[in-house]
Design a binder for this molecule. Structure first.
Ligand SMILES: Nc1ncnc2c1ncn2[C@@H]1O[C@H](COP(=O)(O)OP(=O)(O)OP(=O)(O)O)[C@@H](O)[C@H]1O
Length: 624
């Protein structure tokens, strides 16, 4: 780690602990108190108790040595004053002096006893354990007391890592969460997709009922088959809402002519349904912006979502429409089997299937309890929005399109269960045609062989006869699976909290950088063109160089993010650690603690911020 300027050209000297530099002090000897040098001498220069019972080594005062030291510093022309900031703004970091108890327990003294621990003594260095109060207790068995470890308060500012978990290491995937590295990649991709625009976004309206920047969510070319929603041609766009700046998914139904306003009633009901396994419905409107009569329903946008069909059923490596591919496929527990192994998606694991089952069942319950029917339980309308997370999409649309048919809601709800059973069958068999009547027997056999009787019984129950109690019975069947699902969901929450923990400290570093930006190189302030270069601000400028502009021995920039993070963390904490700041011309240097630099930064920033507030008040008074 090279953070230094060439010594030859600099007047700066390395700052070291005097005890390691000065040969006058004997090296720490054996644990014999007579050999060990008295700390009062090291810290204060002398010991009041030298001839009054202190058994430690007291070196004879040597006037020649101190003269030699003075001569040395004069000969190298060291200009390293210890900086004292002009203002004494309070910093949040506790001072070591303030941590020293006013009447320390006698046991602390054992730090230097013969049979005490040198480690404890080392930890206590600098906490004035040899001050007069302590020394006053010498006669009361000071050296003989039992050791008690005094815990120093944790300087929590310097710790920001996630909590390590032996049971769920961040590098491992868990049911609802990928590894720590993948989750970052996933979130980056989503963030990028929210801003990206599909290149095929041509000839789209610039503005649509308060939405702009429309971009199709599927690549449409002249060769691709036009997508249909039932009997209607349909396209999904991502668009930005002007009022809240958020991204939404707009599903457009082409050539739809609305006959009565009441067709929108289901949308109103759906917009009140919020559930983690349902893509929320926001609003619906008709428009002529596409040069036809279109119906548009706005949904929550889930970046990088893919349909269940695309994820599990679509043959890999083909770009043709999925409707053309309906290969028969033998399922397996997490592995692909059967003739189309090389082109088809791999079979779903039983855990994933049960997870999907519980999520869809939960969504159905919410919708039925709200007096609606889902109606879109099919692979091409259910979105996979995260690891093993699914959401039923396109809700409410069928209700608008079929409004005039006035169908019985109880019948529609029973149909939900049948669609649900069909969907599980399709996913288990990895074949979109698995639920077709002529394939049913074969599909059931496959499910039983590959996944067990529980799943087969569940599908049979869902496809079986209608009952008003079906929802309750379904949840009775699922009770143990729901418990597993909840355990996994809570594990994911724990993992996410761990991830959040590691990001918690980011904001304070950004705040610091922002303050540097406000102060450094400011052209003029308070009619002083050199404001940013003088006074406390000079220290800030030198510190900025120390953090960002160091060079190695060959003059190459030292670009080390860890150096930046470490130094900024220490600055934010305002530690007592001292560093040496060197001017660019290397003619002068300052020894200054992070705490003092923090004080400078705070004072310069409040000067700027304060003047802004004063100005605002003046303007306000003038206006009033
Ligand atoms: N709310 C949404 N958020 C993000 N992406 C979505 C959303 N709704 C749909 N999509 C994406 O838009 C694309 C098109 O959706 P669509 O429902 O038309 O799927 P499809 O596979 O084309 O089905 P179909 O064959 O019935 O047209 C899919 O890739 C889907 O992932």
């Amino acid at each position: 780690m090279d953070y230094f300027r060439p010594q030859s050209a600099s007047s700066a000297v390395k700052i070291v602990d005097p005890s390691t530099q000065n040969d006058r002090y004997p090296k720490s000897g054996p644990k014999d108190s007579v050999q060990r040098q008295c700390r009062n001498v090291m810290i204060y220069g002398s010991c009041k108790f030298q001839d009054k019972g202190c058994t430690f080594y007291h070196p004879p005062s040597d006037p020649d040595a101190s003269r030699a030291e003075e001569a040395l510093s004069a000969s190298v022309n060291i200009n390293a004053p210890v900086f004292v900031p002009k203002s004494s703004a309070d910093t949040s970091s506790p001072t070591l002096a303030s941590l020293t108890p006013s009447s320390p327990p006698p046991d602390v003294s054992h730090a230097y006893s013969e049979n005490g621990t040198a480690e404890v003594a080392d930890q206590m260095q600098g906490t004035h354990i040899y001050d007069d109060n302590y020394a006053a207790q010498f006669d009361q068995g000071y050296y003989a007391a039992q050791p008690v470890y005094t815990r120093a308060p944790l300087d929590y500012h310097l710790y920001s890592g996630p909590l390590p978990s032996a049971f769920s290491p961040a590098s491992a995937d868990i049911h609802f969460m990928p590894s720590s590295a993948s989750i970052r990649e996933t979130l980056q991709t989503r963030s990028e997709l929210i801003r990206s625009v599909n290149p095929s976004a041509v000839q789209l309206p610039e503005e649509l009922q308060g939405y702009h920047s429309l971009s199709p969510l599927e690549t449409v070319t002249v060769t691709t088959e036009r997508r249909k929603f039932g009997n209607w041609y349909s396209t999904v766009y991502k668009a930005i809402n002007s009022s809240d700046g958020g991204a939404y998914a707009l599903r457009r139904i082409e050539s739809y002519r609305m006959t009565q306003q009441s067709a929108f009633a289901p949308i109103e009901a759906w917009s009140k349904i919020r559930h983690p396994n349902i893509v929320s419905v926001c609003e619906a409107f008709t428009t002529r912006a596409f040069n036809d009569n279109s119906l548009v329903v706005a949904y929550t946008y889930h970046p990088n979502a893919q349909t269940l069909f695309d994820v599990h059923l679509k043959p890999k490596g083909t770009h043709t429409s999925h409707h053309q591919h309906q290969h028969w496929y033998a399922p397996g527990r997490g592995t692909a089997r059967g003739p189309n192994r090389n082109t088809q998606s791999t079979g779903l694991s039983e855990r994933t299937i049960w997870s999907y089952v519980v999520q869809i069942a939960s969504a159905i319950r919410k919708v039925h309890e709200a007096g609606q029917a889902v109606r879109t339980i099919e692979p091409s309308k259910i979105l996979v929005t995260g690891r093993n997370r699914i959401r039923i999409g396109s809700c409410g649309l069928v209700d608008v399109l079929m409004h005039e048919m006035n169908q019985d809601m109880a019948v529609l709800q029973q149909e939900d269960f049948i669609r649900f059973g069909g969907l599980i069958l399709v996913l288990c068999c990895n074949n979109a045609a698995a639920s077709a009547p002529m394939n049913l027997q074969k599909s059931f056999d496959l499910v039983e062989r590959a996944y067990g009787a529980d799943l087969k019984n569940l599908i049979a129950f869902l496809l079986g006869k209608a009952s008003a109690q079906k929802l309750r019975q379904l949840f009775d069947l699922l009770s143990s699976r729901i418990a597993t699902e909840m355990d996994d969901a809570l594990d994911a929450v724990d993992r996410l909290e761990g991830e959040l923990m590691s990001e918690l400290e980011n904001a304070r570093l950004v705040r610091l950088m922002a303050k540097f930006g406000f102060i450094n190189e400011r052209p003029e302030f308070a009619r002083d063109a050199r404001w940013s270069e003088t006074g406390d601000r000079y220290i800030i400028k030198l510190f900025r160089d120390y953090v960002f502009h160091q060079v190695d021995e060959y003059g190459n920039p030292v670009v080390s993010l860890s150096h930046v993070l470490t130094t900024l963390n220490k600055l934010d904490a305002g530690t007592d650690e001292k560093i040496m700041l060197v001017a660019r011309d290397e003619q002068s240097c300052l020894v200054v603690s992070y705490k003092e630099i923090k004080t400078c930064l705070e004072s310069a920033f409040s000067e700027l911020a304060g003047s802004q507030q004063t100005k605002a008040k003046e303007v306000y008074r003038g206006g009033g």
